[in-house]
Design a protein around this ligand. Structure first.
Ligand code: GLA
Length: 367
């Protein structure tokens, strides 16, 4: 959606774009902080997307313009081969071109115009949708030999490399392979996946809390290190390979024990969630979402008071089967599974009650 007054590609670069591409954000239904532990995740594509228009340049320069940041930050520019972290949105672009070079995939200079209807820091992975949209555009424009899985791996490398956020592969796989109509059950170790439809007559509710998260540093990194420490102490390659029994026998010190318990039980919930969706059991899937939230709140400690409030309101709303925080945590959005006939009303009521209780502006992203 082009906002009124936002300049078109031609006005920014004095020529027409050569290609356009886009990619969705993602809503993770269940399976949080399991991806960097070799585990299971269950995202679905968000209806909101990042769109990009590109034209090649004769030199090795990349120039980019984003509609969605302030005027002073709208432009970025760098030279291929001299990519460096700048702490701006341009890092996602430079991260992609640097990652392509690591993969020995040639890409020339280009101009890019970007617009997204995903809220930045809203927990729906606007960053992965930007990386994947860009890679799709570059694949088209430079005829790059890239399948959708390799494309997701390069997008993830942009983030773990130049951007410096030690993320797993869920968001990039979802942006590259998921669609809006079926959730993507993904084994993040083998990258095997399966698409499963939501139960009949159900709909998702997604509400952004108005609390913006950032995980390039801080707590995300700490959680990841805690999980690696737990795996080491348990003597397994990754927490994916541990059981609740292993955990009980090992008697790990806190908070490592709680972190590991979240990941181990969450993996189990994703597998049970797959069975529930396959049999169309919305009640059961909702119960797993509620248990997942409780585990993120008490054991993984990545929720906030605002998110807990929103999840509580959603869980108690008429027609809702279950609700949880979605995404990395410390703010962002919640997801709920609801009766399709009641979802619009329920979302409006949850958001209204939330903004009555806290001085924040929630945004209903779905439905
Ligand atoms: C962020 C990361 C993902 C994943 C989630 C938590 O979105 O980018 O790789 O770890 O957090 O599930």
């Amino acid at each position: 959606m082009i906002e009124q007054g936002a300049p078109a590609f031609d006005a920014l670069f004095n020529r027409a774009p050569a290609v356009t591409a886009d990619a969705p954000g993602r809503v993770n239904l269940i399976g949080e902080h399991t991806d960097y532990n070799g585990g299971f995740v269950f995202p679905i594509a968000a209806p909101q997307r990042t769109r990009i228009a590109l034209a090649p340049r004769a030199d090795a320069v990349v120039r980019g313009w984003s509609r969605d940041v302030g005027d002073e930050q709208a432009w970025i520019e760098f030279r291929l081969g001299a990519e460096a972290r700048a702490g701006t949105w341009g890092d996602y672009i430079a991260g992609v071109t640097a990652a392509l070079r690591e993969w020995n995939i040639p890409c020339g200079g280009f101009d890019a115009r970007i617009e997204s209807d995903l809220p930045l820091g809203g927990g729906l992975s606007s960053s992965a949708s930007l990386e994947v949209a860009l890679l799709r555009g570059l694949r088209d424009m430079f005829s790059l030999d890239l399948d959708d899985v390799v494309l997701a791996k390069i997008a993830q490398r942009a983030e773990t490399g130049l951007v410096g956020a030690p993320v797993g592969i869920m968001d990039q796989m979802a942006a590259s392979l998921a669609d809006e109509h079926a959730a993507l059950f993904l084994d993040t170790r083998s990258l095997a996946y399966e698409r499963v439809r939501l139960p009949p007559a159900t709909s998702l509710i997604v509400i952004h809390s108005g609390v913006v998260h950032r995980h390039a540093g801080g707590e995300y990194r700490v959680r990841r290190a805690e999980c690696e420490e737990a795996a080491r102490r348990l003597g397994v390659r990754e927490l994916r390979d541990a059981t609740v029994g292993d955990l009980e026998r090992a008697a790990l010190p806190p908070p490592i024990d709680r972190r590991a318990r979240h990941v181990i039980t969450e993996n189990d919930r994703v597998v049970r969630g797959l069975a529930a969706l396959k049999s169309g059991d919305a009640q059961q899937f909702g119960a797993l979402m509620v248990a997942s939230h409780e585990s993120m709140r008490a054991d993984f400690e990545i929720s906030t008071a605002e998110i807990d409030l929103l999840v509580g309101l959603a869980r108690d709303a008429d027609g809702v089967y279950g609700a949880r925080l979605t995404g990395g945590g410390f703010g962002g959005s919640i997801v709920a599974l609801a009766d399709a006939a009641k979802a619009v009303d329920a979302a409006a009521r949850i958001a209204a009650e939330y903004s009555r209780r806290v001085p924040l502006h929630p945004t209903v992203l779905i439905p």
